[in-house]
Design a protein around this ligand. Structure first.
Ligand code: MN
Length: 269
């Protein structure tokens, strides 16, 4: 018992990257000592979860994947040729999630460092099964639920870093850059292969397209992603935004919509 506590304390001090190695030591030492105790940690980190509509469940978020330039007209407005480019992906940290309850207008702080803060309305797919090299024909079996989300973007930083051939993470992967509504389970709402997707700023329509205009549909996104990363339950995928992205300033209100999901509204503060 003394040995295990000492080892677990060491694991905590060494940090997450070494936990895998220490966990195997823990299993060895624990043999024959009864049920495992959770490892002691110097502090706790809150889990990031999204409410599941119509239930008291909260979906735990493991990773946030996002696909870039997945509508042809948006790809063109971003300066690329959609006919020649395979899909590409980036990630946001899980604590980028800002849950927005339907029927509310959530305050969304204008982030630091940017002078060109953009909205991107997107369909989000949430997985309950993982895997590697998932075939397109079976990919939708991995989807648990869908939500309406915003991929908020510090466009000037994204472009500036891209121009310097540096990672544009600072433009995409920052605090509260992923507002999202509740998850709606596939059993209740089915899959989303078509349907109107729109976004308004201060009541004026800015983005207005159809989900069927995605270059890579959700099944293809899951399949491609699973070639690059092993997917797991808790992984969510922002499926890309249509054309006519643009800036907001403090005081602006954003309302967005996908057919079959409740609306999502934020005010930039
Ligand atoms: Mn996006």
């Amino acid at each position: 018992m003394v040995n295990r506590r000492t080892l677990l304390g060491t694991a905590g001090a060494l940090g997450a990257t070494t936990l895998g190695a220490c966990a195997s030591v823990e299993v060895h030492v624990r043999k024959g000592q009864g049920p495992a105790e959770p490892p002691r940690m110097p502090f706790s980190v809150p889990a990031v979860t999204i409410p599941v509509a119509g239930t008291d469940l909260h979906y735990p978020v493991r990773r946030i994947y996002c696909i870039g330039r997945n509508y042809a007209a948006h790809a063109r407005e971003m300066g690329s040729d959609p006919t020649r480019e395979p899909p590409f992906f980036f990630q946001k940290p899980t604590d980028a999630i800002q849950f927005v309850a339907p029927g509310t207008v959530a305050d969304h702080p204008y982030p630091t460092l940017t002078k060109n803060y953009h909205y991107e309305v997107e369909l989000v797919a949430a997985l309950h099964k993982g895997g590697r090299d998932i075939p397109v024909a079976r990919a939708l079996d991995h989807v648990y639920a869908y939500a309406l989300g915003l991929d908020m973007t510090r466009r000037d930083l994204q472009r500036g870093m891209g121009d310097q051939k540096k990672p544009w993470e600072i433009g995409k992967s920052f605090d509260r850059s992923a507002p999202i509504g509740p998850l709606h389970r596939v059993g209740q709402v089915g899959h989303y292969s078509k349907g109107n997707i729109w976004l308004k700023v201060n009541g004026q329509t800015k983005q207005n397209a159809d989900l069927s205009q995605m270059i890579w549909n959700v099944a293809e996104q899951i399949s491609r992603l699973s070639e690059a990363f092993e997917l797991f339950p808790g992984d969510i995928i922002y499926s890309g935004t249509p054309e006519n992205v643009g800036p907001v300033v403090k005081g602006d209100r954003i309302d967005c919509h996908i057919d079959g999901l409740p609306g999502l509204s934020i005010r930039i503060t």
